[in-house]
Design a protein around this ligand. Structure first.
Ligand code: MSP
Length: 514
């Protein structure tokens, strides 16, 4: 089976990473860990997008060279992914020779083929989005039309190379029709269909006024448009060069299984990128998945508001696993959502401290106190009721994960957790222990076995918590507790249930009652 290849967008190095970037990369990491847990071979690519007028201007304003600036911020991204325990296999920077060589070779090949030609461009440009706008698209407006942007545009008139995007209207529409899994989530597909059905214009793919970019090999006055450059990272990282025999990595991993992107860059990935791949004669990625955007306390994150959330601040207060959990529990992956400190705090206390944490703590305490920490020497032949329910829930959870429905998967997992807490409340082992110790055994073992499954499901989302739970619950860390036998038997270390400090200590209310 072909290994599973996941990519994140490569992030601009104009400013330090924030929670929005962390969201996409964590989604990729969760998906990747899920696939690994299921025994698949995978590859996760991330990186930084370092060329273009925006970076050039920011560096100039700081009084450093674009390269020095890019080195610094790219390093911050790489460090953040380590802090967030993202297991990436490769980190590509668009300033690396391995990438620039691919960009130049592709530009040249398409020029020779006639899909890139010289012309002149007159229109408007948004430096913030690195996006061109024609008069036809703008009407009498002179601000960027990207949702969530609206910044004033710069008028540009220059000689430029164009990519014959217009040629791909038919093939793209055919591809969308034949491959409904290509545009995900489905709710976002109509935006792309409308755009392509409305007719595609050739797009400008070089600039003469931006020095910080990949030089057009046969016309050094020009640098390659930053998006044309950036999109190629997904194949340059695998060593792809047109006209050359494919590298081992390229043959093994391409096409990508999923490009994860934010909704604002869906069009680039769903229209321009597949057209580029078509002219190169390469297979298209299986899915481009566009997720929604975070606002912070109801507002767009922006430099002027200074309201960027640094993931490190949250982790300092709540620990990494809480951050990884809350981001994917707050809204369905695909929809927009709002990050608020108060909501985060409340969810931490409710779902993690009171629900999951308390369940694990009291279960282990009771097994320790009432049963001397021992599970039965021999596992039962049949799982008891709650464990059976949990085993039955696995399928739904795995199906949700396959579809990147992280919120749905977590909701299902928490239904099981709440159900187990309720079961303990109803059974009251602390009362029945004096009258019916056999019943207590059954109840507590049932909860332990169910929790072993929960720990397995949580591996992609909360790796540290999942490992701690498995240690406490007397199972060697097995990645995907799928079979009833494994759940009931535990690991070879077997039966000893460990008491341990709370997984998520309850937090006092935020100051000011917030
Ligand atoms: N460099 C381009 C991408 C090139 S990919 C070939 C770019 N970079 S970016 O730094 O602006 O990062 C954009 C990505 O960061 C978004 O697509 C999204 O994945 C993530 N987010 C940035 N802000 C976000 C929010 N406020 N909310 C959620 N995700 C957002 O565009």
């Amino acid at each position: 089976m072909k290994p599973y290849y996941i990519t994140t967008p490569i992030y601009y190095v104009n400013a330090a990473p924030h929670i929005g970037h962390a969201y996409t990369t964590l989604a990729a990491d969760i998906l990747n860990r899920f696939r690994v847990m299921r025994g698949e071979k995978t590859r996760l690519l991330t990186g930084t997008d370092e060329h273009g007028s925006k970076i050039e201007e920011v560096a100039r304003a700081r009084g450093v060279t674009p390269k020095a600036h890019a080195d610094e911020i790219s390093g911050e991204f790489r460090q953040l992914w380590k802090d967030l325990e993202v297991r990436f296999d490769d980190f590509i920077r668009t300033t690396e020779p391995r990438h620039e060589e691919t960009v130049q070779a592709v530009f040249k090949a398409l020029h020779e083929k006639g899909d890139i030609y010289k012309g002149s461009y007159r229109g408007f440009y948004c430096v913030s989005c690195e996006t061109y706008w024609t008069l036809g698209e703008l009407g009498d407006k002179r601000v960027c039309q990207n949702p969530d942007c609206g910044k004033p545009l710069r008028e540009v008139e220059e000689e430029s190379y164009f990519f014959k995007l217009s040629r791909f209207q038919g093939p793209l529409l055919e591809h969308y029709k034949a491959h409904p899994e290509f545009l995900q989530p489905q709710a976002r597909a109509p935006e792309i269909l409308r755009w392509v059905e409305g007719g595609l214009k050739d797009i400008s793919v070089s600039r003469t006024k931006v020095a910080w970019g990949v030089q057009v090999p046969f016309d050094p006055q020009h640098t390659v448009y930053v998006w044309f450059d950036a999109l190629l990272n997904y194949v340059s990282a695998l060593g792809y060069k047109p006209g050359q025999p494919p590298t081992k990595e390229f043959s093994e991993y391409w096409p990508a299984d999923v490009h994860l992107v934010g909704k604002e860059i869906f069009r680039f990935h769903a229209v321009i990128w597949p057209a580029m791949l078509m002219t190169l004669g390469l297979p298209l990625p299986r899915t481009v998945f566009a997720h929604g955007w975070w606002t912070v306390e109801g507002e767009k994150m922006s430099k002027s508001k200074g309201n960027f959330i640094d993931p490190r601040d949250i982790i300092k207060d709540y620990r990494l696993d809480a951050f990884r959990y809350v981001l994917f529990r707050e809204m369905p992956f695909g929809a927009d959502g709002n990050f608020s400190r108060k909501a985060f705090h409340e969810r931490y206390n409710a779902d993690l401290a009171n629900n999951l944490g308390n369940l694990v703590a009291r279960t282990c305490e009771m097994v320790d106190k009432f049963l001397a920490g021992q599970l039965p020497a021999k596992p039962p032949a049949e799982p008891p009721a709650k464990t059976r329910e949990a085993i039955a829930a696995s399928q739904g959870i795995y199906d949700a994960m396959e579809k990147l429905a992280f919120y749905d998967a977590l909701t299902r997992i928490w239904q099981i957790i709440s159900g187990l807490n309720l079961y303990i409340d109803q059974e009251k082992p602390w009362k029945t222990i004096s009258t019916d110790p056999e019943r207590v055994k059954l109840v507590l073992f049932d909860v332990v076995w169910s929790l072993r499954l929960v720990a397995g499901w949580l591996t992609p989302f909360m790796p540290e918590t999942s490992a701690k739970m498995q240690a406490q619950l007397g199972v060697r860390q097995f990645p995907a507790p799928l079979t009833a036998e494994e759940v009931l038997a535990g690991g070879p270390s077997g039966a000893r249930i460990q008491k341990a400090p709370p997984l998520f200590p309850r937090k006092p209310p935020l100051p000011g009652g917030k």
